[in-house]
Design a protein around this ligand. Structure first.
Ligand SMILES: NC(=O)c1ccc[n+]([C@@H]2O[C@H](COP(=O)([O-])OP(=O)(O)OC[C@H]3O[C@@H](n4cnc5c(N)ncnc54)[C@H](OP(=O)(O)O)[C@@H]3O)[C@@H](O)[C@H]2O)c1
Length: 313
């Protein structure tokens, strides 16, 4: 009986491996639009897809980012300036993409651009802190997607949204998790809405990887600025040592958890774009698979107790 079950399992894994290893053809005819290509996953993905033969349209936030990417890629790759929080910029990018892709339409859009600060206990933040991050991480994703959706439908293509494990579980105050939960909800609706048109909508939920988003120095600078502007009564509620304790705790966790192999994430993004049968969700990173996803299925009293145990008092 045991051998029979083992055999069935092995057969199932072999079937899945074979199915998932198939890639789409005619990559040279397929345009892929990626946001946030200056650094991190977006930058690496743009170069990787370019090497594989796709026609990459790389949205960069800065001129330096555009120049770096142009230097490192073939002339198939096009860069454009893009601020996802600015609808005018998003619209201009979409108009240019329409002329580039022509009748074939756009094979894929990868909503990758994002930031992680400000992040701090909720009563340290203002609504403006929320609005600024949500404009990039959530409204930016929606705006960019809507701007190119007709082109994606024409190609019966794909929308790949970069969420996070913190779109499945929220651990620390601030707008980051709020934005990623929103990306998850948007992705889930879109997947169902677009299935009848032959469009696939996929979601990447990475754990912690070493990029600017998890840079302890960027994070510490932001938290210190927020602390400095706090009214004295809020500072008194937390006590004089709280800032140092929380900075140390976050620094230690980020060092322990952050994986420097960004190709684990880029490989999942490539699969979502290029596989004939992509997965609905990808969770790259050992911490995603072993810590955050299992925790996300636990009852709130368990996760609350764990988080309360680990955050400084
Ligand atoms: N690293 C992780 O552990 C992790 C985990 C889960 C999910 N993610 C997600 O992965 C995505 C990529 O982040 P990353 O880790 O690769 O960090 P990253 O290196 O900071 O990449 C984010 C990119 O977005 C760009 N960007 C920022 N604001 C923008 C705007 N308004 N318009 C257009 N582009 C903008 C940044 O440009 P500049 O560099 O010029 O500012 C940068 O190139 C993000 O959505 C992030 O939330 C990251």
């Amino acid at each position: 009986m045991f051998l029979y079950i083992l055999g069935l399992l092995l057969l199932w894994f072999a079937h899945r491996w074979f199915k998932e290893s198939k890639r789409v053809s005619n990559k040279g005819d397929k345009h892929v639009y990626i946001t946030g290509c200056d650094t991190g996953f977006g930058h690496l993905l743009a170069k990787h897809l370019d090497e594989l033969g796709f026609r990459v349209i790389a949205g960069c936030y800065t001129e330096i980012g555009e120049n770096e990417l142009k230097k490192a890629s073939s002339d198939r790759l096009t860069t454009l300036h893009l601020d996802v929080s600015d609808s005018v910029s998003v619209g201009q990018a979409a108009a240019l993409i329409k002329t580039l892709v022509g009748e074939k339409g756009l094979w894929a859009v990868v909503n990758n651009a994002g930031i992680s600060v400000p992040g701090a206990p909720t009563d340290w933040l203002t609504v403006e802190d929320y609005k600024g991050l949500l404009a990039i991480n959530l409204v930016g994703v929606i705006d960019v997607t809507l701007s190119v959706l007709p082109l994606i439908k024409k190609a019966r293509g794909r929308v790949v949204n970069v969420s996070s494990v913190f779109g499945r579980i929220s651990l620390f105050g601030g707008p980051y998790s709020v934005s990623k939960y929103g990306v998850e909800a948007f992705t889930n609706c879109l997947r169902v809405n677009l299935a009848p048109f032959g469009v696939k909508v996929l979601c990447i939920e990475p754990g912690c990887f070493k990029t600017n988003v998890t840079d302890p120095q960027i994070w510490a600078k932001s938290v210190k600025e927020i602390w400095d502007r706090l009214p004295q009564d809020v500072k008194d509620d937390y006590g004089p040592d709280y800032l140092d304790n929380i900075l140390q705790a976050v620094n230690a966790r980020l060092k322990l958890l952050s994986d420097s192999d960004l190709m684990k994430v880029v490989g999942c993004m490539e699969h979502a774009i290029a596989a004939v049968y992509p997965r609905t969700r990808y969770s790259p990173g050992w911490d995603a698979k072993l810590i955050w996803l299992p925790l996300s299925y636990m009852p709130s009293f368990v996760t609350d107790a764990l988080f309360l145990k680990f955050i400084p008092k």
